[in-house]
Each structure stands twice: as structure tokens, then as C-alpha cells.
Design a protein around this ligand. Structure first.
Ligand SMILES: C[S@@+](CC[C@H](N)C(=O)[O-])C[C@H]1O[C@@H](n2cnc3c(N)ncnc32)[C@H](O)[C@@H]1O
Length: 281
């Protein structure tokens, strides 16, 4: 449908897309998001060789294109906003309270590292923040062994995260001493920086859809960051995801949610210990 020369989605096509997106990755797509979805899907037209959003929906839903297009569609509609040291009180709590506590209860060794999981990692600012802080601590304490897993549903952000390349202006929240040690400048392109290889190697990146269970990750995580993703889900989906995350957190482990996120419903084996931080009972 075209209004004033702008390619628009019909209500029917928008509903078909919204139902698919919600069912596949949990993200709510109320009518207010129609313009956003239109804008984001326009970049899929060229990739799929069609000219209009109506043709795109016909290809995806009526002509069997979904199988091929699923990843591209989901990549296009996910919101990947993130920052280094986002919600800095969380990292403060991690260093001051959670880590000392974990190190007294968990006998850490090369074979039994502390396990961190960033469960909706976007382009990697969150796991790289963790990696810088943990690397700093292990400089003073070589017995600190740890692993960092970073997952997301969006393949584009994972590709970018693995490269570890960021716009220079994203570095503003990173303390200068950490920048000196972990961030490389390019002589050719002053607008981009890259995390040092040691840090890139410290993180294992992989695709994981929080809606698809069981999750193929360890069940004895010490710390899970699942921040600023539950807000996109409805209450029922939030609850299912939280139930699953609890299965992967070992007793005494910590779950960090986004500041605007709460536990959906009661009865989870989690005890609040600070704002949007929970400990597995
Ligand atoms: C707003 S970003 C949050 C990034 C980071 N956790 C932070 O707080 O800065 C939300 C991320 O969740 C991802 N996402 C959306 N639905 C998902 C799902 N079903 N499973 C896994 N990741 C998902 C998106 O691709 C996006 O990168």
C-alpha cells in the first residue's frame, strides 16, 4: 500500500509480521510500532529482491520465503541500543559485593572458572565491559579464572561484537586507564577503535534465542546479565525467560536485569539484593 508515495504496510501485513515476530523472538509489536517496522524492513527489500513491503510480505508469508528470510527479518526489527558501563551501579556492585562473595564460596581454578553470561549482548559493549573489569582484577589476582559467554538473537550485532570494533564516541564512559590498556586506535580511521585481541579472545560469542528452550549453555553460571531485553516482552514471556535463566544460574549466583525491569510474578528462586540485582536461592 502506498500513501503519498511512501511505501506502507497494510494492517493485515503488519499483523502477520507482528504475530511472527512475537511468536519467534518474544518482542511485542503493538500498532504504535508500525512506522518503525516499516522503516526497518525497507532495508530488507533490496536484500530479498522485491520492490514494496506488500511484495516482501507476500514473499515471506505466501511464497515460502520465511525459511530464508527469518534471520534477516529478525535482525532488522531488533533494537540493539547499548553502551559501555551502562547502568554503572551494576558494575560497582559486581566488583564490590558479588565478586568478593563469589570468590569466597566458589573454589576458582583453571578447570572451574567463574562463569559470566551476557544473555542479550548486542554489539558487545556489555561483555567487553565485563572483560575489561575481570582482566583488571586478574592482573592483581592471577588465580582468578573466568569465562565470558555473550549471546544474542541478532546475527548482525554478533558479527560486529566478534570484530570488537566500535565508534570512538562509544568509549566516553570507559575510564582512561582501561582505554589505554584495552582499546586500540587506528591510524587510518580516527572515528573507530578496536578492542585488543586479548579481550576479544576472552569472550565466546554465539547466537541464542531466549524463546527457544532448552538453552544450549551451561547450567552453572555464576553471573548472568540479561539487561534491557525483558522490557520488550509481555509478562508471560518475561516469566518464561526468567524461569529458564534460573535453571542456568547456580545457587548463590547473581542475575542482573535492566533498571526498568522487574521480576514478572512471584515464586522465582531469586532474592533481591540491590536495585534490579537478584541472587539465586
Ligand atoms: C536493547 S539491547 C540490550 C543490550 C545490553 N544487554 C544492554 O543492556 O546494553 C537488546 C538486545 O536483545 C536482543 N534480543 C531481542 N530478542 C531476543 C531474543 N528472543 N533472544 C535473545 N536476544 C534477543 C536484541 O537483538 C538486542 O541486541
Amino acid at each position: 500500500m502506498e500513501a503519498h508515495g511512501i511505501d506502507r504496510l497494510s494492517q493485515r501485513d503488519f499483523h502477520r509480521l507482528a504475530d511472527f515476530i512475537h511468536g519467534y523472538c518474544g518482542i511485542k509489536m503493538p500498532p504504535a510500532k508500525k512506522t518503525m517496522v516499516e522503516g526497518r524492513l525497507r532495508r530488507r527489500l533490496r536484500a530479498t529482491g522485491v520492490n514494496t513491503l506488500a511484495e516482501y510480505c507476500r514473499y515471506v508469508f505466501d511464497q515460502g520465503g520465511l525459511e530464508h528470510e527469518r534471520v534477516g527479518l529478525i535482525d532488522a526489527v531488533t533494537t540493539n541500543k547499548t553502551d559501555f558501563f551502562r547502568e554503572p551501579e551494576h558494575f560497582h556492585y559486581l566488583l564490590e559485593k558479588a565478586l568478593p562473595e563469589l570468590l569466597t564460596t566458589h573454589r576458582v581454578s583453571f578447570r572451574s572458572p567463574l562463569k559470566f553470561w551476557s544473555a542479550a549482548s548486542s554489539i558487545g559493549a556489555e561483555p567487553y565491559t565485563l572483560a575489561m573489569l575481570l582482566s583488571e582484577i586478574s592482573r592483581a589476582n592471577p588465580d582468578l579464572h573466568y569465562s565470558i559467554l555473550a549471546t544474542d538473537i541478532c546475527t548482525e550485532v554478533l558479527h560486529s561484537a566478534k570484530l570488537g570494533i566500535f565508534p570512538d564516541d562509544m568509549m566516553a564512559p570507559v575510564p582512561m586507564d582501561l582505554r589505554r590498556r584495552y582499546v586500540m586506535r587506528s591510524k587510518r580511521d580516527a572515528s573507530r577503535v578496536r578492542m585488543v585481541p586479548e579481550l576479544r579472545r576472552a569472550i565466546c560469542f554465539g547466537r541464542l534465542n531466549l524463546m527457544e528452550t532448552p538453552y544450549g549453555v551451561d547450567r552453572d553460571m555464576d553471573v548472568i546479565f540479561c539487561r534491557n531485553i525483558l522490557i520488550y516482552f509481555d509478562k508471560e514471556t518475561q516469566r518464561k525467560v526468567l524461569d529458564q535463566l534460573c535453571l542456568h544460574l547456580r545457587r548463590g549466583g547473581y542475575l542482573f536485569l535492566g533498571h526498568s525491569e522487574t521480576l514478572a510474578g512471584a515464586g522465582l528462586p531469586l532474592q533481591p539484593v540491590a536495585t534490579s540485582i537478584f541472587r539465586r536461592l
